[in-house]
Write a protein that binds this ligand. Structure first.
Ligand SMILES: *Cc1c(COP(=O)(O)O)cnc(C)c1O
Length: 498
């Protein structure tokens, strides 16, 4: 039987995997979510010797079950290839007896978004072929810094697609911004907005749900889809590395098959940690899922109190990819917490839009208890970068350091010393100033000077993603207010707007 994904806001809105990938978001504003999880045989005595691609095949074939085996082989082989600078794709590095950093930053843009965005374009174009779709796919994406670049790297010059990326002008690092504004490819468009990530994300969702705009697009031969983490074509590939990390721990003798492992995840839109939740639900031996936030600690407060309250000051931090107050993928967990009820989820999400908050009253305690949550301040994040460097001569990026700091707090509070995988979401080369300042105590470093210093400190080879960035030509330099985002879309697609 084919697995169906249901909208979190309408029980009648269901799609197969390939349909859900093409649509991105459900038209009712909900997220396509599995109501029943597939059965998977996680045989770690065998998986410990499997390649990343083999683990990917196992997971993708059960979750994306309306793709043929050949189609998945093609997508996997096209995604996880020499774009990654290591054949292991996602190496696990031992930092201490109970800390293992899972490096998800070996793809072309040196952040974890590559893990899913290097395969999404292939899943999407394969799905389009399957359904005989003739319209051009328009990928509309709001980014807090990393998704935008990773999506463009994935979609650049892919026939039948256009990609438009919006990023907050004052909310990304210099390296992140240059990575985006120097993007090549005739189908790529980058726009800076005068607003924060939540503004960009809200407006993109609005455009998605604008029926009139959809109609105009359709008449001109276009159809929207999303490369944001709400697309299940991003969520499912992220389950793979949790299984793969566990297999590596078994292989190196760090755990015996069946031993529980904790995962600490630096969280923004809740996509990465949600994938860990699904990994647990299909049988991965997980103890706690530690949800780590920066000073935008809306998720910490939610897990501690049951109240989700976005009415607070948005802070720009040194871990910008987690500067988020409306955590989109949390909606999927909420849906599960309220017993997969679309009705209950819709009413909570309506409260969030209308009152800026909601309170979760009746919910599944067993699911909630899987999660631990805390946050790290800017100062704590820097201290953690230094602690790890001094202890292991290893440089964490600020996002990873948030997770690592929260793990330290968690251990101090609970005495739970279960082996823990710190999900390491970016290379320190993407945030060189913060990393170097934390370690050396220097201040006001300049980005490219910090890159060179980081090389000396970490002894890690300069990634291709930053080499040449300083001299690359800026190809995109448009800045618009949030209210003009739709105009920009209409202009790029050459369609008549109002
Ligand atoms: C996107 C991102 C995150 C947050 O991941 P979510 O899936 O949105 O929770 C954390 N760290 C980095 C470096 C990212 O790019």
């Amino acid at each position: 039987m084919t697995l169906l994904y249901q909208s979190t806001r309408d029980a009648a809105n269901k799609a197969t995997a390939s349909q859900a990938i093409l649509q991105g978001l459900a038209t009712d504003g909900g997220l396509f979510t599995p109501t029943e999880l597939p059965k998977v045989n996680l045989d770690f005595d065998r998986l410990k010797d499997a390649s990343y691609q083999e683990v990917a095949k196992l997971i993708l074939s059960v979750f994306l079950d309306d793709f043929t085996s050949d189609e998945l082989d093609h997508c996997i082989a096209s995604a996880y290839d020499q774009k990654f600078d290591t054949a292991t794709i996602a190496p696990l590095v031992k930092i201490s007896d109970n800390q293992f950093n899972l490096e998800l930053f070996h793809g072309s843009t040196i952040a974890f978004k590559d893990m899913a965005l290097s395969i999404l374009p292939h899943l999407m174009t394969t799905a389009a072929k399957k359904h005989g779709l003739t319209k051009k796919i328009v990928i509309l994406t709001a980014t807090s810094g990393d998704t935008g670049k990773a999506a463009m790297a994935g979609f650049a010059d892919v026939p039948g697609t256009e990609i438009i990326v919006f990023y907050p002008r004052d909310g990304v690092s210099k390296v992140q911004e240059l990575q985006m504004t120097t993007q090549t490819g005739s189908n790529t468009h980058v726009v800076a907005i005068k607003g924060n990530f939540d503004d960009a994300q809200t407006k993109v969702k609005e455009m998605f749900n604008d029926q009139l705009l959809r109609k105009t697009l359709a008449e001109d031969g276009y159809q929207f889809s999303s490369a944001n983490s709400m697309n299940i074509g991003r969520l499912v590939p992220q389950i793979v590395y949790y299984v793969y990390a566990y297999a590596q721990l078994v292989k190196s003798g760090e755990v015996a098959v069946g031993d529980k492992v904790n995962f600490a995840v630096p969280t923004g839109n809740f996509g990465n940690i949600l994938a860990a939740y699904y990994a647990k639900q299909i049988g991965l031996p997980v103890g706690k899922l530690i949800c780590a936030s920066n000073e935008n600690k809306v998720l910490t407060d939610f897990f501690k109190t049951g109240v989700y309250d976005k009415k607070r000051t948005f802070k720009v931090t040194s871990s910008p990819s987690m500067d988020i107050l409306v955590s989109s993928n949390l909606e999927r967990l909420i849906f599960h917490l309220v017993g997969n009820s679309a009705e209950a989820t819709l009413s909570l999400m309506t409260a969030l839009t209308e009152q800026g908050q909601y309170t979760l009253k009746d919910f599944d305690r067993e699911i909630a208890d899987l999660f631990a949550a805390d946050f790290a301040t800017e100062a704590e994040t820097k201290v953690e970068i230094k602690r790890v460097y001094d202890a292991a001569l290893y440089v964490e990026d600020p996002h990873t350091a948030v997770a690592s700091a929260v793990h330290q707090k968690y251990m101090a509070e609970t005495n739970d010393t279960t082996k823990t995988v710190i999900v390491s979401t970016a290379s320190p080369y993407k945030f060189p100033v913060v990393a170097v300042e934390a370690i050396t105590g220097e201040e006001n470093l300049e980005d490219f000077a910090a890159l060179a210093q980081l090389h000396d400190l970490s002894k890690v080879a300069y990634p291709a993603a930053v080499a040449g960035l300083e001299t690359a030509r800026v190809l995109h330099d448009i800045v618009v207010p949030v209210s003009d985002m739709q105009d920009a879309v209409e202009r790029y697609l050459n369609i008549a707007g109002d």
